[in-house]
Design a protein around this ligand. Structure first.
Ligand SMILES: Cc1ncc(COP(=O)(O)O)c(C=O)c1O
Length: 414
């Protein structure tokens, strides 16, 4: 292929990379013509919840306004309270961490494995204390965590597991969908996810009481109990609108096909870059099937002398918007945490949390340090086809080869 020819890749920010069509329009029309956008007396959100639960083979699903709201609602359902510690990953979206602080609890970070980018039973174990009240596991980039040892560890300590499945639609571990291992799972339908409602989220659970608490919690604590209607406990309004429900319902029908298309085109990319030295995809557990939200390539900087940032810059010139490092720093190095910017100058809940927390330095998190040093994230969508996979692969090869040649010839780029 001519590596000088620029191909414009599908983007999840417009219709080139998103799958909206008559199905969404028809359901949206139904909502508008019916005149009700409110989910409680509505039918789109309840239908979406039912269909989502059925797809996951669980009895309960609760739609909410975002992935952040889904994590927050799940923590509310788990009754997380001030003084609690929640073990989680330092490489994730802030929307999965901030809700912990809003519950008055503090995040305690487990290291990630540099080659899967996920936390594991081995990295979670040393973080468990008598104050730990839950574990959040994030299947980053759609790559399933090693769930059996994590669930065994959680059972040993009688801790609930919240699966953050925002990036892992229809990914499986040992033939079972991730999101069905833990006590509760949280999804995001933000614009760039495997399926989208613009903003939105879903919680699933097989535990009827947790599911009931999630429903009540995300509806200002109102229980809709005909015998004893009340604001049963503190909660927020995270209700999804019927408009989002309509789009979600239509998107859900397309989800298996969209996921299949992603996995197939990422497979083509991986086949074509297989022989590039020092460039490979994050490790997937042998009994897991990842569904690649984005493509996390790991660059062996020591082997090839080329950094993810250099490849990012080279790819940018040919309109491939790769990102070195995914998040630029671990969560605990963001100002929100280093400066404890929470509630004005109270620093609460940190100020009330007198028990020692693990030191938040990169030496303490070698897996996280190495993962962020090596990872190069390639955006992907369900509309990427063979020509796009070939283009991205060949451009990665061209950039790596030119950088390597330049470093061999003393810095003069060829
Ligand atoms: C792993 C993870 N958790 C939570 C969230 C928060 O979701 P939202 O942006 O819908 O609030 C995201 C969003 O990117 C995410 O990737």
């Amino acid at each position: 292929m001519d590596t000088n020819e620029i191909i414009f890749l599908p983007s999840d920010r417009d219709s080139s990379g998103r799958s909206f069509g008559d199905e969404e329009v028809q359901l949206l029309r139904e909502v508008i013509e019916g005149g009700n956008l409110f989910c409680v007396p509505g039918n789109m959100v309840p239908r979406f919840e039912r269909a989502f639960a059925d797809l996951y083979g669980v009895p309960h699903a609760r739609a909410v306004t975002s992935g952040t709201a889904a994590v927050h609602t799940a923590l509310g359902a788990l009754d997380i309270a001030p003084g609690d510690e929640i073990v989680t990953t330092p490489i994730t979206d802030m929307g999965a961490i901030t809700p912990i602080l809003f519950q008055g609890a503090v995040p305690v970070y487990a290291d990630v494995e540099w080659d899967t980018l996920n936390i594991s039973a081995d990295t979670i174990r040393p973080r468990i204390t008598e104050r730990t009240r839950a574990i959040i596991v994030t299947h980053l980039f759609g790559n399933p965590c090693d769930m059996d040892p994590i669930m065994a560890l959680a059972a040993e300590h009688d801790l609930p597991v919240l699966e953050d499945t925002a990036q892992a639609y229809l990914a499986t571990y040992k033939g079972r969908l991730v999101g069905t291992f833990g006590d509760i799972a949280a999804f995001s339908f933000q614009q760039g996810k495997h399926m989208t409602t613009g903003e939105g989220g879903m919680i699933i659970s097989s535990d009827p009481e947790l599911a009931r608490r999630a429903r009540v919690w995300a509806d200002k604590g109102w229980n809709y109990d005909p015998k004893a209607p009340d604001h049963e406990f503190m909660g927020l309004n995270y209700r999804m609108t019927e408009l989002q429900g309509a789009v979600g319902l239509a998107q859900l029908q397309k989800l298996p096909g969209m996921v299949e298309a992603r996995v197939a085109s990422v497979g083509l990319l991986l086949d074509r870059i297989e022989d590039i030295p020092g460039v490979k995809i994050a490790r997937v557990h042998p009994e897991a099937a990842a569904t690649w939200w984005r493509v996390p390539l790991l660059i062996d900087v020591d082997e090839i002398g080329v950094t993810p940032a250099e490849i990012e810059a080279g790819l940018k010139r040919v309109k491939i918007w790769a990102k070195a490092g995914y998040i630029s720093r671990p969560a605990f190095h963001c100002a929100q945490f280093t400066e404890k910017r929470t509630f004005r100058d109270t620093w609460w809940p940190y100020s009330a949390h007198t028990a020692p927390l693990p030191p938040e330095t990169l030496e303490e998190y070698p897996g996280c340090r190495d993962a962020l040093r090596r990872v190069l994230v390639i955006p992907w969508t369900e509309k990427h086809e063979e020509e796009h996979a070939i283009y991205v692969a060949d451009q990665i090869r061209a950039v790596v080869e030119s950088k390597r040649a330049a470093s061999v010839s003393g810095g003069l780029e060829t």
